[in-house]
Write a protein that binds this ligand. Structure first.
Ligand code: COI
Length: 389
């Protein structure tokens, strides 16, 4: 109820009367910014710990032009920096990227709240995992981070304060975006002296918009531009793992593909992940996904699908997955908080298009249903993954 967060924000007045729902066309939800009512803000000095935060009305934030995140938080999206131009020693590449990638001070998370079936309250999916991942990412980027309890409390407060933006059951979810940035000022290269933890939220439907439910996506393998490199930060959810792929992604979209599938930058042979999701292939009863060894984000949906698939009798392998394995697969799908489980209809590699089984009777469809039934409270949560708000 409103009173459950008003203690932390006693000066806040509700922005609405008693509306159960915001004025949204729930059938038209995609994955885009919808300004909601409140965001959570908590600040902390470097070498200190986060103590208390508060809900503020959702809106712009003020940043000094010298703030760490603006100056060193985002590398250029000029892809020439990330394209290994026929390197003689792979260590040259590693050094180049280390240099670029150790200065980024911004990490984020993504999780979803679903409205419960009975309409009373909401459900979060594995928020402890998000909290822990943010802590690991913050440590890599030399930033202090909120404790797991602080993280989860902030997420819960944000959900409750924006409760009228949580879509009706079956229409989508409230996507919650926790963000941790170096907000203090620096001129020379160094960790910022102050950090801001923010949580905002927006109602979302399908990530790949204009696509109905489980409509398959079409990927293209990219082996010149790389998302991450050994020794870099591909395994943590830092903001600048994302900007470097935009140019390649736009080109792929221009050429009619939904997204890109990246391969390892050294041998250009093994699958890594797509721009915003992990990748799985299925051959017979065996489901394989690239092992996360520093360059691949350890997705929470990825981990959950591995567990659900094993429980359902599939053999799941986390290993090096070669392009030949992909070409030979029966089914391919992507996982992520935003994309959930997205079946892949085709992958194009060096101009050749390979097609995969999709539709109602597929393994990815069954896994999608098992996962989302737990997330939405339609199936019993025997694993303790869901957290009520
Ligand atoms: C998510 O799936 O939650 C992400 O953070 C990926 C983002 C590119 C939408």
């Amino acid at each position: 109820s409103f009173s459950s967060y008003s203690s932390a924000s006693s000066s806040l007045q509700p922005l609405w009367a008693d509306d159960e729902y915001a004025d949204v066309n729930w059938d038209e939800l995609g994955f885009s910014v919808v300004p909601t009512d409140y965001m959570y803000v908590m600040k902390c000095a470097r070498d200190d710990t986060f103590s208390s935060g508060r809900l503020n009305p959702y809106g712009n934030i003020e940043l000094n032009p010298s703030s760490g995140v603006l100056n060193y938080g985002q590398v250029t999206s000029d892809h020439s920096m990330f394209i290994p131009v026929r390197l003689i020693h792979s260590s040259t590449l590693i050094c180049t990227n280390l240099l670029l990638r150790t200065v980024q001070q911004g990490v984020f998370e993504g999780l979803k709240a679903y409205r419960k079936l009975d309409g009373c309250g909401f459900m979060l999916f594995r928020p402890v995992e998000n909290a822990t991942r943010m802590q690991m990412g913050a440590d890599r980027m030399c930033m202090p981070s909120p404790s797991a309890d602080q993280f989860i409390d902030a997420v819960k407060e944000t959900v409750l304060a924006n409760r009228r933006w949580v879509p009706p059951q079956g229409k989508g979810s409230l996507y919650i975006r926790p963000l941790l940035i170096g907000s203090g000022t620096v001129l020379g290269l160094a960790p910022a002296p102050e950090y801001t933890f923010l949580v905002y939220a927006a109602p979302v439907g399908n990530y790949f918009k204009a696509r109905e439910g489980m409509e398959p996506i079409n990927l293209v393998v990219e082996d010149e531009v790389h998302r991450a490199t050994p020794g870099g930060t591909g395994g943590v959810k830092t903001i600048t793992n994302y900007a470097p792929v935009l140019k390649a992604q736009l080109l792929a979209k221009h050429n009619g593909f939904t997204d890109i599938l990246y391969v390892d930058p050294v041998k250009k042979k093994y699958l890594e992940e797509a721009s915003s999701s992990n990748i799985f292939i299925i051959k017979g009863n065996v489901i394989s996904t690239p092992a996360t060894q520093g360059t691949i984000l350890a997705g929470i949906t990825r981990r959950s699908i591995i567990e659900i698939a094993r429980d359902s009798g599939y053999m799941v392998e986390e290993r090096l997955v070669a392009i030949e394995d992909l070409i030979d697969a029966d089914e391919v799908f992507c996982t992520g908080t935003a994309v959930v489980v997205s079946p892949v209809g085709s992958v194009t590699y060096h101009g050749q298009r390979f097609e995969y089984r999709t539709g109602a009777e597929t393994v990815s469809q069954r896994l999608y249903k098992s996962l989302t039934d737990i997330q939405m409270g339609l199936a019993e949560d025997t694993k303790g993954w869901t957290v009520e708000v």
